[in-house]
Write a protein that binds this ligand. Structure first.
Ligand SMILES: Nc1nc2c(ncn2[C@@H]2O[C@H](COP(=O)(O)OP(=O)(O)O)[C@@H](O)[C@H]2O)c(=O)[nH]1
Ligand SMILES: [Mg+2]
Length: 324
């Protein structure tokens, strides 16, 4: 979801900058001495500019965490220490400016001094640039790690209405998301658990909706959650316009109906501002009676009705009362 710049480590960045500089082999000038000075100045300029602009692009390319949608902000907070990230970006910004200053003064000196000093001055400038980049080597490593973590965020659209599916394991949540989706649900990494989130889309008229299956988060009593999982649930609360709670009254999931109803209460308490719609699934199999509408993801019966009920709950909600 986040389009982040590729960040090079210190050595890679220096290789790139000095490699580009080395490609400059001829410089203009009326005589040999001037050409020698110009070549040294050009090399310093190329190396310095490459470093300055690459580092500046890293700083600009990282999203301002404050401007992310709340769902992502909450997840980013789990994945990276935003205080550290700010420090890394600050250091890289400093290095970018310092490379620019060093380059300017080195080029000026090469211009002022005799041609026989050009080579030495160029080497000194390269040494200083390398030293500046070396000082932020750890910060670049931090950015590379943050980028790796942030790229694993699930691609959800925080702006389209979202149905979040809940219920015990094996009740048929994934089967429902598949049955409800017009295409194949996308499977995305779910950074805070070993599970993977699946995201399906469907249309009603001109409007697009997404259905989200979040294994490991809304399939167990909330008390069993660790801090990170609780934060992930909080992130979901920003996203969910409605929770569709799936009951399996057939016993095939291995959880008694009584336990499932207790989880339902817990989910309701977790999302006090979000409507929760309940459906009973696996209607193609024999099961206990429940007062809830029935569906089967195998035959497809009742799947559209379940979606309609969920959407009716979304649209009837007063927009100002939501967690957004
Ligand atoms: N007969 C029947 N089986 C279903 C239905 N929905 C899911 N299942 C089966 O129940 C098992 C668990 O389904 P799954 O979607 O993986 O459950 P999840 O853990 O809640 O995501 C799988 O073997 C599915 O094929 C249904 O409507 N009818
Ligand atoms: Mg599943």
């Amino acid at each position: 979801m986040l389009d982040l710049p590729t960040v090079l480590l210190a050595d890679e960045l220096l290789d790139k900058a000095f490699g580009r500089a080395a490609k400059a082999t001829i410089a203009k000038g009326p005589d040999r001495a001037t050409r020698q000075k110009n070549l040294a100045a050009t090399r310093v300029q190329i190396a310095g500019h490459t470093l300055e602009s690459s580092l500046r692009a890293y700083v600009k390319g990282f999203p301002s965490l404050d401007r992310l949608p709340p769902f992502y902000r909450e997840l980013v907070d789990i994945l990276v220490d935003s205080g550290k990230l700010k420090k890394h970006l600050g250091a890289v910004d400093w290095a970018s400016g310092t490379c620019a200053d060093l380059t300017r003064s080195a080029v000026r000196r090469i211009g002022k001094e005799a041609a026989r000093h050009s080579l030495r001055l160029r080497k000194e400038a390269f040494g200083r640039l390398a030293s500046v980049v070396g000082q932020i080597a750890g910060d670049l490593e931090g950015l590379v790690a943050a980028r790796t973590a942030l790229r694993r965020l699930p691609v959800v659209d925080p702006d389209i209405p979202t149905i979040v599916v809940a219920g015990y394991p094996n009740v048929g949540k994934s089967a429902f998301v598949r049955a409800a989706s017009s295409g194949r649900p996308k499977i995305a990494d779910y950074p805070f658990t070993t599970k993977r989130v699946s995201i399906g889309h469907f249309e009603r008229g001109a409007r697009r909706y997404q259905v989200l299956d979040t294994p490991g988060l809304l399939d167990r009593p909330m008390e069993a959650r660790n801090r990170i999982e609780r934060q992930a649930v909080n992130a979901l609360a920003h996203l969910a316009d409605v929770v569709l709670f799936i009951l399996d009254p057939t016993g095939t999931a291995g959880y008694p109906l009584e336990d499932q109803l207790r989880l339902l209460d817990s989910v309701r308490a977790t999302f006090p501002d979000t409507p929760v719609v309940v459906v009973a699934t696996k209607a193609d199999l024999a099961g206990e009676e429940t007062p809830y509408p029935q569906m089967s993801s195998v035959t497809g019966d009742g799947v559209q009705v379940a979606l309609d009920l969920a959407l009716a709950a979304v649209t009837s909600r007063a927009p100002a009362s939501g967690p957004r």
